[in-house]
Design a protein around this ligand. Structure first.
Ligand code: LRH
Ligand code: MN
Ligand code: MN
Length: 384
């Protein structure tokens, strides 16, 4: 397949919570025109798709996106030209979860957390979503606080119960994170732990790489290559980090890293939607305008992908096989240093889109409409 065909088929999922107000634990700065409910988040996601042409799904977070009728929400999305994507569970915002959710020492709390995960699968049945995304804040703050190994047993038992509830076409995506909110041990801290649990569970369990969830200096493209080879990479939560889990726009902090990740995706033939990798954003736009920032993020992934597709794979292999270190590196750098923006502008024109999606959005008058129509926009889950 040629480069433009591959780019036309690329799909990126945006997160419902990125459209809502967010902040840090110090302050949430409310913005104008922010959605007041999940329906309005879908309206905004439809705008991102309208101008980029490659963002046709939006991920939900339960309970932040709780509605009476999920089939109705799915139908509403369909009418706006988008579909509902992954269902993100949330077992980190209830007082009962102070000592953990599915790994809590109290069996009653574990039951409550597992029941929430099962409820998310019920919701997926109604939205038509394929993916259940699991992230656990579970862990401990002090040595000796709880038994590290027993917590793994509790985690495995909960995952098994939820796995067995999945339908034939549904998957479980397990996300890891190094630390935060737990500061001493985290029960799913790294890709190895997530991978081991997924392997034990079976083919419907795969790993999610949130690019912001690693120690500084971690070679994320290595993880991509390893998991793809093992058939255990399920999805990305894309964002940028300078320090910890910063949730800044993907490609803003380290576009070269994003290119290296996308090169491994291209190398592993995993870009095409049939390969089953969900390319999602997991970001918060605390101080910048939200819809343009999400459009920018989608374009950043698209640009990194275009550069990855430009790598001359034959030349690279020849240089690698002959041990020509400098030439091999030059092949990658040539692709990375190519300005792909004119090519992508042409691609959009060919698809009937405006060549400059951010400018087209600004010109559309959508923001002027929502800033007057929507008063008292919703806060994404944090601190709510
Ligand atoms: C955890 C996380 C996870 C949550 C999201 C809101 O840090 O990355 O994906 O669901 O943030
Ligand atoms: Mn995430
Ligand atoms: Mn995160």
């Amino acid at each position: 397949m040629n480069i433009t065909d591959a780019l036309k088929r690329q799909r990126i999922e945006t997160p419902s919570w990125a459209y809502a107000n967010s902040g840090t634990r110090f302050k949430v700065f409310p913005q104008e025109g922010v959605p007041r409910d999940p329906y309005e988040k879908i309206d905004d996601a439809a705008q991102v798709h309208k101008y980029t042409g490659i963002a046709p799904t939006v991920a939900l977070h339960i309970p932040w996106d709780r509605v009476e009728d999920y089939a109705d929400l799915a139908a509403y999305a369909g009418e706006r030209g988008v579909a509902l994507g992954a269902v993100n569970s949330n077992v980190f915002q209830d007082n009962d979860y102070k000592l953990g959710s599915v790994t809590n020492p109290d069996a009653g709390v574990r039951r409550k957390a597992t029941d929430h995960l099962l409820e998310c699968v019920d919701i997926m049945d109604r939205t038509g979503s394929r993916d259940l995304k699991l992230w656990f804040s579970d862990g401990t703050n002090y040595p000796g606080q709880d038994d590290i190994r027993t917590r793994q047993d509790r985690l495995a038992a909960a995952l098994r119960e939820v796995y067995d509830r999945l339908g034939d076409d549904q998957r479980m995506l397990l996300e890891y994170k190094l630390f935060e909110p737990a500061f001493y041990t985290t029960d799913v801290p790294d890709w190895g732990t997530a991978y081991a649990h997924c392997l034990e569970l079976g083919p419907k369990a795969q790993v999610v790489i949130d690019t912001g969830h690693h120690a500084p200096g971690t070679n994320i493209e290595f993880i991509v290559a390893f998991l793809l080879r093992a058939g255990k990479l399920g999805a990305f939560d894309f964002n940028s980090r300078f320090y910890a889990d910063d949730d800044l726009m993907v490609g803003a902090a380290d576009p070269f890293q994003l290119f290296r990740i996308m090169y491994e995706i291209v190398r592993g033939d995993a870009l095409r939607p049939e390969a089953g990798i969900a390319f999602m954003l997991d970001q918060c736009h605390n101080i910048e305008a939200k819809i343009p920032a999400i459009i920018r993020s989608v374009l950043n992934v698209q640009e990194a992908t275009a550069k990855a597709l430009l790598v001359d794979r034959d030349a690279l292999r020849a240089a690698q096989d002959s041990g020509d270190v400098l030439s091999a590196n030059a092949v990658l750098m040539d692709a990375y240093n190519t300005d792909v923006r004119p090519m992508l502008a042409d691609l959009r024109t060919e698809l009937g889109l405006d060549p400059d999606p951010v400018a087209a959005y600004h010109r559309s008058g959508y923001f002027d409409r929502i800033r007057t129509e929507r008063v008292g926009g919703e806060q994404a889950g944090w601190g709510a």
